[in-house]
Design a protein around this ligand. Structure first.
Ligand SMILES: Cc1cc2nc3c(=O)[nH]c(=O)nc-3n(C[C@H](O)[C@H](O)[C@H](O)COP(=O)(O)OP(=O)(O)OC[C@H]3O[C@@H](n4cnc5c(N)ncnc54)[C@H](O)[C@@H]3O)c2cc1C
Length: 475
């Protein structure tokens, strides 16, 4: 075989362990050999020695990214799922609250509750939420069936599949963060190491226990790369210090005047983005590009945006230059909506703990289904239960909070991420909670950057105000 001939092939994970694959790739840095030859010369001991020396000893951590695992999680609380999915560089798919129904008792009872002797009260509240959820499914289903009659050619099962998400979307507001979920995660050993360290340092017992289990399971496949994944004093101590700082200046929970505020953006962002795009295709400096763009007429600027974004097909990703401008939003949204927003890994997200203090949302269909009183009674019981149990349970009180309650988040995103988020989450098949958020984010960007904002792919069939009016009695 000609040694300059192009070759592309797989290092088969059925043939080589993840740690061997990682070493085979790492060794190409110093070795002229082919990957096949390098890999065939390796065994588990040699790989372990290599990782001890280079990854652990010299901190060449990126080598661990070539060792990839697929982890299955079953019956973990949706609260714990938040920590699992906070690892940006991994991939996830989880049980959907829109396409599946939760059965009675499918919730987690945390150790903190048992330890505080509050199991009876906790179970009463979560049991009540699940029982109300089950009844709401029946009542909302009748309404949705009335609005979407069965077609002659449809079987009962096909009809149910067609309409299910419409009523399940409403009932899911009742599900608490303790609800159990399944999820699959694909991650490399470097991500797993960070995840295990984060989980072992977490204040919740369940999260720490999951972190230990992840380590136990993963270490069998990548023994050297995860050997030193332990709790981090920094992650244990820093939250406590910062919460003392916040308390000492009197920062308290409370509603904001507007549920969505664009806090930061680049006032000259449109010019800066055009300059970045032109910079890529010129030999000149960025400063020169920017000073010329500042002399452009509005029509010239619009034309560059047209070239940059006008040719995009429905499933196309725009050029990376769109990442040069960023926006920061403070948003209060219901927990169900946040659970979807949190999946957008290219954003920087800071989320406050779940609370009952920011009020709860009421979907319109709850009233139409004759369920308003039951729904509000359930939420009011959680509100009272939260106040009563918080002093004893601290963070673990979050397990009680249903998807209906509001949560405050800080989101920073570049325009490319905003573009993806708004298109995906304003689509008609998205849940109305997240459609409202996506449309508002689009509108705020369009206000400050109108020439650029017009390319955000949101349809004209609704606005965030119309979503609010048509789907919510209270937000
Ligand atoms: C109709 C619909 C149904 C859904 N149903 C479910 C469901 O049942 N269960 C469920 O768990 N989730 C579900 N989701 C969520 C979905 O799987 C995504 O997690 C979510 O939409 C975030 O999208 P994203 O990955 O494009 O966003 P981001 O994470 O913000 O990523 C932005 C872009 O960066 C790129 N990118 C980011 N990470 C990677 C990566 N690791 N590899 C390659 N490219 C990457 C991609 O181009 C991506 O579009 C659903 C979403 C939609 C729209």
């Amino acid at each position: 075989m000609n040694s300059t001939e192009r070759q592309i092939y797989l290092l088969n994970p059925r043939e080589y362990s993840p740690e061997i694959i990682a070493v085979a790739f790492a060794k190409t840095s110093r070795s002229p050999e082919s990957f096949r030859d390098i890999a065939s010369d390796l065994n588990d001991e040699k790989s372990a020695d290599f990782h001890e020396k280079w990854v652990v000893g010299y901190g060449h951590s990126s080598v661990a990214e070539h060792a990839v695992l697929h982890m299955a999680f079953e019956n973990v609380s949706r609260l714990a799922v938040e920590t699992i999915e906070s690892n940006r560089l991994a991939s996830y798919t989880e049980k959907s609250t829109r396409y599946q129904k939760w059965t009675a008792g499918a919730y987690y009872t945390p150790f903190e509750v048992t330890q505080a002797g509050l199991e009876k009260e906790y179970r009463k509240l979560t049991g009540m939420l699940f029982e109300t959820y089950a009844r709401s499914l029946e009542m909302c289903k009748v309404i949705v069936q009335g609005e979407n009659p069965r077609k002659v050619e449809e079987t009962e099962a096909i009809w149910e599949r067609r309409i299910r998400s419409e009523y399940v979307d409403v009932c899911r507001f009742l599900l608490p963060a303790a609800s159990l979920a399944n999820l699959g995660m694909t991650a490399n050993a470097r991500v797993l190491e960070g995840m295990i360290r984060k989980m072992l340092s977490h204040p919740l017992d369940e999260v720490r226990a999951i972190g230990s289990q992840v380590k136990k399971v993963a270490v069998k496949e990548v023994p050297t790369l995860l050997k030193y994944a332990d709790a981090m004093p920094y992650l244990v101590d820093t939250p406590a210090l910062l919460s003392m700082d916040a308390q000492s200046v009197g920062l308290k929970a409370g509603r904001s005047s507007d549920w969505c505020t664009l806090l930061n953006w680049q006032p000259d962002g449109e010019d800066e983005l055009i300059a970045a795009a032109l910079f890529r295709f010129s030999g000149g400096s960025y400063e020169d590009a920017l000073s010329r763009v500042k002399q452009f007429s509005p029509e010239q600027k619009q034309q560059v945006f047209e070239h940059l974004l006008g040719g995009l097909g429905k499933f196309d990703t725009p050029l990376r230059e769109l990442e040069h401008i960023t926006y920061t939003f403070a948003i209060v949204m219901d927990q169900g909506g946040y659970f979807e927003v949190k999946r957008h890994r290219m954003m920087t997200q800071t989320v406050q703990p779940l609370t009952s203090r920011l009020g709860y949302t009421i979907p319109v269909k709850v009233m139409q289904a004759g369920f308003y009183d039951d729904y509000c009674r359930a939420m009011d019981s959680v509100y009272e239960g939260y106040q009563r149990l918080e002093p004893a349970l601290a963070e673990a009180v979050s397990y009680l909070i249903p998807n209906a309650f509001n949560r405050r988040v800080l989101l920073s995103m570049n325009f490319r991420e905003a573009f993806n988020f708004c298109a995906l989450r304003s689509a008609s098949n998205a849940h109305f909670s997240v459609r409202r958020v996506a449309r508002r984010v689009a509108e705020e960007i369009q206000k400050v950057h109108p020439m650029l904002g017009r390319y955000i792919q949101v349809s004209a069939d609704e606005t965030w105000q119309s979503v609010e009016r048509d789907y919510f009695l209270q937000v």
